[in-house]
Design a protein around this ligand. Structure first.
Ligand SMILES: Nc1ncnc2c1ncn2[C@@H]1O[C@H](COP(=O)(O)OP(=O)(O)OP(=O)(O)O)[C@@H](O)[C@H]1O
Ligand SMILES: [Mg+2]
Length: 440
């Protein structure tokens, strides 16, 4: 580990001088932003951030909570402005392994084009905080830099890197991720789940995962470039019990042929054992980066909140101006998915309780329930009130609103929406457990 060559590293000084770093080939500058933003500038040479190349001279700004690594394959000079909580240069990184892996994936894409076959469908698995999402970002960026258009599938509910937490989604990646804001997502396919962990409703999770895989398949049929480019599937860090079972199901639904297990030998050997009969599937154990940082429960909650806030309000560099308007109760057709199953012991003798986990339960604002919808996120379904209600759970969603007030006297709900009214005609809202308190 090397310290900066700058002359002022003192957090107490009023004006913090920029620090200059000279990185050798294969080194990485890591820093964590605790409070005020930090800027990084490439002065000479070439460098990349999680697979996206930095532009010379441009100052990139990183906000509170960012944990960053600027890596160079060729050597470079950097400047860092501001006072991150941690800042150091590391010379041991797994980036060469990641690059070799990308070369192999690219080889498979070239073969896929020649033989009109499917390109590599990759699933990234591993326990929490091993860098799964970052690793997916690197692989996707490298693929795009080869002029490919891979499909990114995010099955992680907790952080929701493509849409909002509580949903699963897929999108075609056509441009490298933005250095400051990651991928700019347009028109993702998303399915509503409504909770932050898969265990809350396993039947629903299985159904929407299968529905998402079918949409991905359809996309590949219509756009051969996505078929040749392949898929990268990101998963959650819950790798035991149902968490593990859902990884096996994802491997089946998304026709995965390469499973990359980050860091954990136990998960790797379990997957090797359980996939032994499927010889076409390769399972590889990949080292995690020493830079990956563990995040506390509070930090994760804060990041989730920040994610939702930026869905409505954008970021400091790219602000959005959301709309607030009233929807009369009569037009607020809302459901939640699933209600607890009755235990068999509560049923008449000889009868078994029915599975309610994927039933649509109407949600009506009333004086008794007004507080239960307040501050909740609602997905806007692409299916309408005129269509078969059973299809709602396997229909993708347009976007999200948050209920910010419930007025029993005027019989309206006030919502925060990224889009002005009118919302799509005959829309159906689906309530999520995920909440957002609008303090703006
Ligand atoms: N090489 C690196 N150097 C510095 N920070 C890194 C590096 N790789 C990842 N990080 C940071 O570590 C944190 C955790 O990484 P990431 O979100 O990719 O992990 P994860 O395994 O997907 O976590 P989760 O289990 O919550 O989904 C992120 O804030 C990320 O920016
Ligand atoms: Mg992740």
């Amino acid at each position: 580990m090397k310290m900066s060559t700058g002359d002022n590293n003192n957090a107490n000084s009023e004006i913090i001088e920029p620090r200059s770093y000279t990185l050798e080939k294969g080194e990485e500058l890591r820093f964590e932003v605790e409070n005020e933003s930090v800027q990084c500038q490439l002065i000479e040479g070439k460098a990349e951030l999680f697979g996206t190349e930095l532009r010379l001279e441009q100052k990139y700004t990183f906000q509170k909570g960012a944990k960053v690594a600027v890596f160079t394959f060729h050597g470079c000079k950097l400047k860092l402005y501001g006072s991150p909580e941690v800042e150091y240069v590391a010379s041991e990184t797994p980036m060469t392994i990641y690059l070799n892996l990308d070369n192999s994936l690219e080889g498979l894409r070239v073969t896929a084009i020649k033989e009109d076959k499917y390109g590599p469908n990759v699933l990234v698995a591993g326990p929490v905080d091993v860098g799964k999402t970052t690793f997916c970002r690197i692989l996707l960026n490298y693929a795009v830099r080869h002029d490919r258009t891979p499909i990114y599938v995010d099955l992680d509910l907790g952080q929701g890197s493509l849409t909002l937490p509580g949903n699963i989604s897929a999108v075609v990646i056509e441009k490298p991720a933005d250095i400051e804001d990651s991928f700019h997502i347009t028109a993702p396919i998303a399915f509503h789940y409504g909770h932050l962990t898969q265990s809350k409703n396993t039947s629903l999770y299985n159904i929407i995962m299968k529905a998402l895989a079918e949409v991905v398949e359809c996309k590949k049929t219509n756009e051969p470039s996505t078929k040749y480019s392949g898929t990268i599937v990101n998963t959650s860090g819950w790798v035991q019990g149902y968490g593990y079972q859902s990884i096996l199901q994802a491997i089946e639904h998304f026709r995965i042929d390469i499973v990359l297990v980050l860091d954990q030998e136990r998960l790797y050997s379990e997957l090797v054992r359980d996939l032994k009969s499927k010889q076409a599937i390769k399972v590889l154990l990949i080292p995690k980066s020493g830079g990956v940082v563990s995040r506390s429960r509070e930090f994760r909650a804060e990041m989730r909140d920040q994610k939702i806030r930026s869905y409505f309000y954008g970021t400091t560099t790219k602000p959005f101006y959301p709309y607030s308007f009233d929807i009369p109760f009569a037009q607020f057709t809302a459901y939640k998915i699933g209600s607890p199953n009755l235990p068999d012991s509560c049923m008449p003798i000889g009868m078994k309780s029915t599975d309610n986990s994927t039933k649509l339960i109407p949600v009506q604002p009333s004086s008794s329930s007004s507080s239960s919808i307040l501050n909740h996120i609602f997905s806007i379904s692409c299916s309408t009130t005129e269509q078969d209600i059973d299809k709602v759970i396997t229909t993708n969603i347009y976007g999200f609103i948050a209920v910010t007030q419930v007025h029993m006297d005027r019989q309206v709900v006030t919502v925060l929406s990224p889009q002005p009214r009118p919302l799509p005609k005959n829309y159906i809202f689906i309530m999520s457990d995920v909440q957002f308190v609008d303090l703006e």
